[in-house]
Every structure is written in C-alpha cells, then in structure tokens.
Design a protein around this ligand. Structure first.
Ligand SMILES: [Fe+2]
Length: 273
C-alpha cells in the first residue's frame, strides 16, 4: 500500500498576528505533531496551497520553521493567497519546474502523483496556462501503465456553493488533457475550506477542508452570508492500493464553533478562501 498526506490552506501569517482570529501557526504545529505521531510511515506530505495568508516573506519563514519538525518529506504548491515570487525567493528557484510554476511529479510504487500550481497572482480564481497543460500532457504520457493522482489548490468542479466563481477556470481544457490518460484515480484539492467528494466529467474528485476556518456547505446564496466555523482542522490521508484509492478526512484539531460574522466581512480583494 502507498500512503501520503495532503495538507491545505495553512494561511500562515506574520508573527504577532492572527488570520480571522485563528492562530494558524499553532494550527500547523498541531497538524505536524499529528502526522509525526500517527503517519510517520507516509511517503510524503503535499501542501496544496494557501501556504500563507498574504504571500509575505515573514509568513513563509515562519511556515518553514514549523515544517522543519515534520518527520516526512513535504512537497509544496501554491494557492490564491500565495506569492510565487516571494515563495521562490525563500525556498529557491529549484522549487519551480520547467513550466516556471510550482508543478511536480512524484513516482511512488506503481503510482504517479502530479502536483499542479493553480495560482493566478492577485486573483481568487485559479488557472493552468498552456505551458502547464503541455507539461501535464507529457507527464501523463510518461505515466502510461501507472495510475495517476492529481493534487492542486483550485479544483475544477462547481460544487453548488457560492464560491464556485473562484474555482479553476477553463476546466474543460484541463479535463481534455486528463482524458489523454485512462487511469486518473483522484483529483484532490483545497481552496474551498470544506470537504466534498464527487465526480467531474467522469473523474473522481475530493476537496480537503484544511487547516484554517471551515466553511459550512451552504448551497446557493451570497458568499458573504456563508457561516464559517473555527474548524475542524483536517488533513487528507490518501491510501492507494492496486485497485483502490481512499481519501480519509482526518481531524487533528476538533473545534466547530461558528465564528462571528464580522470576522468575514466581504472584501473581494483579500477575503477569498
Ligand atoms: Fe484558503
């Protein structure tokens, strides 16, 4: 069996500050301790974007300090709250692949895991450009005979919730590329701060709630009216065998109180999940 962890939406902020009244660095410490105590046998952990809240250097530095205690390798990519420039300056240019983005492929056992960077700087919605789609097509061609699991920040499917407008854009082109491979086992994403599973154009997907506040799965209505809870903080635990992929939503921080609405007043420029 092949096992790995997905952590998403860390939203680390600079020392001395909180994000929506949550100490996200303490939340990350809890997640790292949970993984070290329970999943040190996992092959690696994917950090699926929104590593920081504001894309600033002190936050990346703070995140790296906590991750130094993680007992398994960490592979990172970015979300809409990140800055690619600041991230690469802190972690090094070799974090970027030939596309120039924080894309990566990992071969583990019989599987290929492909991690995709969907950040469009300054925008809430995600995207993959033509270079990335070409790179993805090459990685899928090279994975002939291997099942593939995709991990990314912005998922491609509309979930029937108010924040669907900031999902992955041009998802039809993404699906066209995925369909060049006959064995896509899962598309795992973060971004929505809630846990949902389904299928999109015949491809199975799962979203991970992640480390930050949790958005109640309210259908319809306005984004600003959606209740947010303090948690739970959850990781995705992926178990892959020859014929099965399971994604567990495992709680490492168990809190569910509804947050005051004023913590989430509508600010389109900087209040997207
Ligand atoms: Fe987020």
């Amino acid at each position: 069996m092949f096992k790995f962890v997905v952590m998403s939406d860390l939203h680390i902020v600079a020392p001395g500050t909180l994000s929506h009244a949550i100490d996200t660095t303490d939340r990350l410490r809890c997640a790292v301790s949970h993984i070290n105590e329970n999943h040190s046998d996992a092959a690696f952990c994917v950090l699926a974007g929104d590593l920081t809240d504001n894309g600033d250097a002190p936050s990346y530095h703070r995140m790296a300090d906590v991750l130094a205690d993680l007992s398994i390798p960490a592979h990172m990519t970015l979300g809409n709250h990140d800055s690619r420039t600041v991230f690469l300056k802190h972690f090094g240019a070799d974090q970027a692949c030939a596309t120039g983005y924080i894309d990566r492929k990992i071969d583990m056992g019989d599987y290929r895991v492909i991690i995709l960077d969907t950040l469009q700087e300054g925008q809430g919605a995600g995207a993959l450009d033509d270079l990335q789609l070409d790179w993805l097509r090459q990685q899928l061609a090279g994975a002939a005979g291997r099942p593939v699991i995709i991990v990314m920040h912005h998922g491609p499917a509309a979930l029937g919730v108010p924040m669907d407008f900031i999902r992955l854009q041009h998802s039809d082109a993404f699906v066209d590329v995925l369909k060049t491979h006959s064995d896509i086992r899962q598309i795992i994403s973060g971004h929505v701060h809630t846990s949902v599973a389904g299928s999109f154009c015949g491809l199975p997907f799962t979203t991970i709630s992640g480390n930050h506040y949790n958005i109640l799965p309210k259908l319809g209505g306005d984004f600003s009216d959606v209740p947010r809870r303090e948690g739970p903080g959850q990781i995705g635990l992926v178990l892959a065998t020859d014929d099965t992929v399971v994604v567990h939503h495992e709680t490492f921080f168990d809190r569910h109180a509804i947050q005051p609405a004023e913590l989430h007043s509508w600010q389109p420029a900087d209040d997207t999940p």
